[in-house]
Design a binder for this molecule. Structure first.
Ligand code: FAD
Ligand code: FES
Ligand code: FES
Length: 1279
């Protein structure tokens, strides 16, 4: 019988779907049809884990129900027939689940966009094992990305489910941590202890629906689904496959359909495609042990294969060790092993593994129904393809489970640690006899195909392990002759293979004792040291309270723009330029418009004549930015928005957008800083700061020592987890409500008005929360979703949503500015820097955006933490044909901190001094006057530096590093320190705080501010301020959604000062209200509710609003001088494998001065998250373009942000107490969002020191950032 119906459960509710479109993914169905929006979409390609759900299904091979985490964005809907789907909403029906509670209370959520995904990844693990090990937890969440937290709090929250959470004790009874000798007893050592929280109780879990159990006992029927452009046959026998294949010769055989659907989903093709899916054939779903063989059917996923092999192969764990480095459990649980094997690709870990085992593959012919059994070696064709005929399908793989004295060694290296694709992988099967190698079969995936190095493998044979170790260098020299030396990065790849071989020998020699940069959960030590507040019962300030929305984040209840639903909502998808620089000769949207469901094509011609295509230009948007909403006549980057397709649903809109035909006339493109310099392509005149040219030249010429050099730092992509999103709802008579993921309400309101030529008071902007921003949603960039939505809503008179696909977001939006700096430095013999002349070149991209302001910061703050008597800085802001670069956490300062540290390094190396010694000699101190005249005040950088040295045991660790490096030939260590000193608040209109405080006459308090909550914990800090100001418990105070109808003209939220300015405004409002309430409070003996009601009856104003700026003049401060500095220091101990370029952070100690912290948990969260972002900037995050100017690293998979596996083994953060603060600061606190990012620079220096330890240079070594694995390898091994 063939059916076209699928039956499944979601959160315990039975669902029957008739003929669903087989192209539909599980995410779209649960989000859009069931409105279960807790499952988020961060990448739509399996790379981020935000869409993780759990599938419960009956596993025939185990005779039980198994639960597996999957990425719902990868799963075609029809694959969940007979499954029980559990979403984040399903685990917390009438209670908060222990996972959610620990994640929320453990401060594991900031913007919260990733939280449901992490929750569900952990949930799947606990459903299978109630007491997992830390290693198992790391594996379970390795495929989940978080851009905010830096992962530590997530890991700690989840480790609390482990019987042996290891690492630090979490604080003794007196709040002192016994793990850390000599800590002040008053300091708390953990933000959260989990021991009091409800335990995980598996018996409370949602059960597998009995109806499904019954259904699963009945035989499965064949399935036939006809979709818009995809038809799927899922037969239940091979005979049926034969029949269908004959009837429809133009078909494709698939297993899970995961990769096939992903590829199809990205294509605009309109042709009918037919798949024959093998996943319902019982014969292929079997896994069995027969005659010492494991025979595993091809309908099983890699995850199912792994589970079966682990259970039934005597050496299963070692055999499949390479799976530890598979990118994500969620992907492994969906992807079929058969689909992987047919790729025959070097990058496929399963291909390399199965060629090394040379397992047998069972093949069935659809032509004559014959069966055969061939080895993987026979399957893999020499050209990197399989030898399968189109009519042949794989039915099973067969592993030998009778092996004795066989060991497996495997290897995989990507561009970052964890969750990565493969640069090189390898598996070696070794037969041992005592300490002799009897046989060795070596397979490596280096270029296009997995390669069996038969002859080379023989060199291992009949040798003892000590012999192998001692002679390795002699016999491994000609490794490269096995490969095509014209492949990209040939030497690097060869070195990776060599490293794999050495690793194998070392493992053979030393057993488990040998660890090479492996993650060792025993080493984990996470500490958070801060001043505990005295609990007086009411005042919430200073307490490490969880984020306002923490529970909602973890429970999936927090709504983001893409989760909002409106009647008649249309969806927009941008049409993007494919040329870097060209005239647009014609635009033909007819193919797109012909698709059912497409409503319109829009471009700059649809902007009303009263409006403008450059809404950020002019004085109203502050930055005077010429960025165009739609390209007009010419395009200036690959990814520039030309127009937009609007359709009834988002999938149709995106598909149709790809069909718009654009005819171009190419123009010469400028793609690099050097090309822009050469072409004199500038955004503005050079910006100059500091002394006159002659004075600097004469200081340089007159100095004892003079050096010059050049150093560059690359750009950085924001990867906020929520992509740019806006929904515009026309209400009445040219009035609109705008829901936007933006950092600024006022700017969204004003730019909408300018864009459409409609008065600003016709627009109400609402921002509930933003799923991460980091500067990338500040002014212009968030307009890339909002402005086209406004144009469409205005024209079509219907609500329009524009939520950018990750790929579009990365291609369209600007990034951190890449900078190249040429420097000249004069210094004395004892290391004192006397003069520096910086000439910096900033890549602004195709339009102005924030580039002039960022360049001002780059020029004016170039000396960072140092006192440099004579300084001149000139900045050239270059126009290139790339994304228009923009604000990013730190706003130019991370670039100059890196550059200045490189300069200090250069001086240190020149003089043979220690880098930190030279730093210390040149630090600017409190009271020192910066070149522009402002004094350093209210700053604790030097105290942080000293405390950091103590915390990290600086002297000792340096000695240990030296000793280590003396005895370790390939693995080298480096330890380095960095500082940050960040002036705040930023003067001018940015300094204006706005608030509205309303007291309902039942005593409840509502607060609205002009600042946007985007993960930085602004809301809870404001609640804490209001709690102190009103003397009320925090539970009485609610912070409302930000709206232009409540607070007007608020600045863009940024610059780390949201709590400073809006907290002050709230404080003032509260003081005003208390003034009116005073007589009633006295009369009511302080009883708040009575006093408020009496005040209400007496017509007392119970609402107050304030618009304030920070008072400066009264405290002797003028102009733009910072009122205070948020400063800190950090020490990084890094380990580098110089053969592979892979590295690991062994320890990171950070000490920061946050004044009297309003909320230590939020501040420490910002410090850890900021550091990890800075760490990414220095290492794995690289923007790679092709020669045509197209960004190649244009997805969350290709652009590598730090992962869980990159978290330092020891991560200790201390908030320093008692440093002087500015009297106008809100409750003596300091802002902290951006400053810690600069500390990432220490990673670069630590790795540089490790390289120096390997190379012993005669000349100073100064290297650009980022230090990718390839760069680290290259620099370590250069002569
Ligand atoms: C986000 C992501 C992360 C990944 N990470 C990794 C990683 O870390 N390491 C790694 O090695 N790989 C990784 N992969 C690759 C992944 O393992 C493969 O793409 C997957 O296994 C292919 O199987 P599938 O079930 O999706 O194939 P399907 O879409 O079902 O089929 C793909 C193709 O395989 C062929 N095929 C499938 N089954 C059969 C059969 N039984 N007989 C004959 N031909 C068949 C067909 O030609 C079909 O066109 C990743 C992929 C993604 C999307
Ligand atoms: S949205 Fe599915 S993995 Fe990112
Ligand atoms: S909290 Fe994880 S991405 Fe924001």
């Amino acid at each position: 019988m063939t059916i076209s119906t699928i039956y499944f459960f979601v959160n315990g509710k039975a669902i029957t779907l008739n003929n669903p479109d087989p192209e539909l993914t599980l995410t779209y169905y649960i989000r859009n049809t069931l409105r279960l929006t807790g499952t988020k979409l961060g990448c739509e390609e399996g790379a981020c884990g935000a869409c993780t759900v759990v599938l419960g299904k009956h596993d025939e091979n185990h005779g039980k129900v198994v639960y597996q985490a999957v990425n719902a964005c990868l799963v075609p809907i029809y694959m969940i027939d007979r499954c029980s789907v559990i979403t984040v909403e399903g685990i917390s029906k009438d209670r908060i689940h222990p996972i959610q509670e620990r994640l929320a209370k453990g401060h594991g959520t900031q913007c919260g966009f990733c939280s449901p995904g992490f929750t569900m990844a952990m949930y799947a693990l606990l459903r299978n094992k109630a007491n997992p090990s830390m290693e198992e937890i790391n594996q379970a969440i390795k495929g989940n990305l978080c851009r905010c937290t830096g992962y530590r709090p997530i890991m700690e929250a989840f480790y609390s489910f482990s019987d042996n959470p290891g690492g630090c004790c979490g604080g003794g009874k007196d709040g002192k941590c016994p793990c850390k000798e000599g800590d002040e007893p008053a300091l708390a050592a953990k933000l959260t202890t989990f021991t009091e929280m409800p335990k995980y109780d598996p018996t409370q879990e949602i059960i597998f629906p009995p109806q499904l159990s019954i259904k699963n006992k009945s035989p499965v029927s064949s399935l036939f689904l006809k979709g818009y452009r995809l038809t799927v046959y899922a037969p239940t026998s091979l005979n049926e496959v034969v029949k269908i294949a004959k009837e429809i010769p133009d078909h494709k055989i698939i297993s899970s359909g995961m990769i096939s659907r992903l590829v199809l989903g990205l294509s605009a093709g309109q042709d009918d495609v037919t798949w024959i899916s093998l996943h319902r054939i019982p014969e292929l779903e079997k896994a069995e042990v027969a005659d010492g063989k494991l025979v595993i059917g091809s309908a099983l996923s890699l995850g199912q294969l792994q589970a079966f092999v682990y259970e039934n192969h005597p050496n299963g764990k070692e055999l499949l060790k390479i799976f530890k480095k598979y990118s994500a459990e969620q992907v492994k649980n969906t992807a079929s092993w058969a689909g992987a094997l047919t790729s025959a690709a070097a990058a496929s870990d399963f291909c390399t593994l199965s060629l090394a085992t040379n397992s047998y593959v069972h093949i069935f012919s659809l032509e004559d129904q014959s069966r055969k059994r061939i080895t993987v070696e026979q399957l893999f064709h020499s050209s990197g393809k399989t030898s399968l005929k189109p009519s042949e399908i794989i039915t099973a793989i067969e592993f030998d489970a009778n092996e004795h004295n066989v060991r497996y060694f495997s290897y995989k290296q990507g561009e970052r640690r964890g969750a990565d694709s493969t640069i090189v992988n390898g598996v070696m099967r070794v037969e041992v006899d005592g300490d002799q190698i009897k046989s060795a079969r070596l397979v490596v995936g280096v270029d296009k195909k997995p390669q069996l190095l038969e002859a080379f493998g023989h060199r291992f044979e009949n040798k003892s392990i000590p012999e192998l170790s001692s002679t390795f260098d002699d016999w491994s020299y000609d490794l490269g002759t096995n490969f095509d030396s014209s492949m990209p990065d040939f030497h690097f790849r060869m070195s990776l293979v060599k490293s794999f071989l050495l690793d194998t020998i070392n493992h053979l020699a030393k057993g488990d004792e040998y660890k090479n940069l492996e993650i060792n959960t025993d080493d984990f030590e996470f500490l958070q040291l801060y001043q505990q507040t005295v609990d007086n019962g009411v005042d919430a300030c200073g307490r490490p309270l969880a984020h306002q929305f923490a529970d909602r984040h973890a429970m999936g209840e927090a709504k983001y723009v893409n989760d909002l639903k409106f009647e008649g909502l249309l969806h927009g998808a941008p049409v993007l330029s494919t040329e870097a620089h060209a005239e647009v000769l014609s635009i033909d949207p007819s193919d797109a418009l012909a698709i059912a469901g497409v409503v319109a094509y829009l471009d700059e011609r649809d902007i009303p004549k009263e409006g403008t295509n450059t809404p950020a230009k002019g004085h109203l948007c502050l930055v005077n930015d010429d960025t165009r909403v739609f390209a007009a006549g010419k395009v200036e980057e690959v990814g520039q928005v030309i127009g937009m397709i609007v359709a009834e649903d988002v999938v149709t809109a995106r598909r149709a957008a790809k069909l718009v035909q654009i005819e171009y006339k190419k123009l010469p493109a400028i793609l690099t800083i050097d090309e822009a310099k050469e072409a004199k392509s500038y955004i503005c005149d050079p910006l100059t700061f500091g002394k006159e040219e002659e004075e600097v030249q004469s200081a340089l010429n007159g100095s004892q020592h003079q050096i010059s050099g050049e150093v560059s730092i690359g750009g950085q992509e924001h990867i906020y987890m929520e992509t740019q999103s806006s929904v515009v709802v026309p209400t009445e008579d040219k009035e609109f409500t705008i829901h936007t993921s933006s950092q600024g309400v006022a700017i969204a309101q004003i730019s909408a008005s300018v864009l459409l030529g409609i008065p600003s008071n016709n627009f109400t902007v609402k921002i509930r929360r933003v799923g991460g921003a980091f500067g990338g949603k500040a002014i212009t960039q968030c307009g890339f979703a909002r402005n086209p939505a406004l144009v469409a809503a205005n024209k079509l008179k219907r609500p329009v949503s524009v939520v950018l696909h990750r790929n579009d977001d990365v291609l369209i939006t600007g990034k951190r500015h890449p900078v190249k700096c040429q420097y000249k430095v004069a210094f004395s013999a004892d290391g004192k820097i006397e003069a520096v002349y910086f000439t910096s070149f900033v890549d602004a991209g195709w339009s102005t955006d924030n580039s002039v302001w960022v360049s001002n910061v780059i020029g004016s703050l170039a000396t960072t933490c140092f006192k440099i008597p004579i300084f001149r800085s000139q900045v050239h802001v270059l126009k290139t044909n790339k994304q228009s670069n923009t604000a990013f956490r730190g706003y130019g300062q991370p670039q100059v901190y890196f550059i200045m540290d490189a300069i200090v390094n250069h001086v240190a190396q020149e003089l043979g001094m220690n880098f930190e010694e030279v730093k210390e000699l040149n630090f600017a101190r409190v009271g020192d006057i910066a070149w522009a005249g402002s004094a350093i005040r209210n700053d604790g950088m030097l105290e942080c530096w000293e405390e950091c040295k103590r915390l990290a045991e600086w002297e000792k660790v340096q000695r240990e590093v030296e000793q280590f490096n003396n005895t370790s030939p390939h693995i080298k260590r480096g330890v380095a320190m960095a500082t940050t000193r960040f002036g705040m608040p930023h003067a001018g209109p940015l300094e204006a705080g706005s608030a509205l405080v309303q007291i309902c006459y039942d005593g409840a308090v509502s607060v609205s501010i002009g600042g946007v909550e985007m993960g930085q914990g602004l809301n809870v800090k404001i609640q804490q301020c209001a709690s102190r100001a009103l003397g009320l418990p925090i539970e009485r105070i609610n912070l409302l959604e930000v709206g232009s109808d409540k607070t007007i003209n608020a600045p863009v939220t940024g610059g780390s000062q949201g709590a400073d300015i809006h907290g002050k405004a709230v404080q003032k409002c509260c003081e005003k209200l208390l003034e009116g309430l005073k007589p009633f409070l006295e009369k009511a003996n302080g009883d708040w509710n009575t006093a408020v009601f009496q005040a209400y009856c007496n017509k007392v104003q119970l609402q107050a609003s304030e618009f304030i700026t920070i008072e400066r003049e009264q405290h002797g401060l003028h102009g733009h001088d910072p009122c205070y500095y948020t400063s800190g220091a950090c020490c990084v101990l890094a380990e580098l494998d110089t053969l592979t370029g892979e590295h690991k952070l062994l320890a990171v100690d950070i000490v920061m001065d946050c004044g009297e912290s309003l909320n230590p948990a939020i501040d420490i969260g910002q410090i850890e998250g900021g550091f990890m972002q800075g760490y990414g900037l220095m290492t794995c995050e690289q923007l790679v373009y092709n020669e045509k100017g197209r960004l190649l690293t244009d997805t969350a998979y290709k652009y590598k942000i730090p992962t869980v596996q990159m978290v330092p083994d020891k991560f200790r953060v201390k908030l320093l107490d008692g440093i002087s603060t500015y009297p106008e600061q809100i409750y003596r606190s300091k802002g902290v969002g951006e400053p810690p990012l600069m500390l990432g620079s220490a990673v670069h220096t630590a790795l540089l020191k490790a390289i120096i330890a390997k190379r012993n240079p005669t000349k100073p070594l100064i290297f650009d950032a980022p230090f990718t694995a390839k760069q680290l390898y290259k620099h370590s091994n250069e002569e």
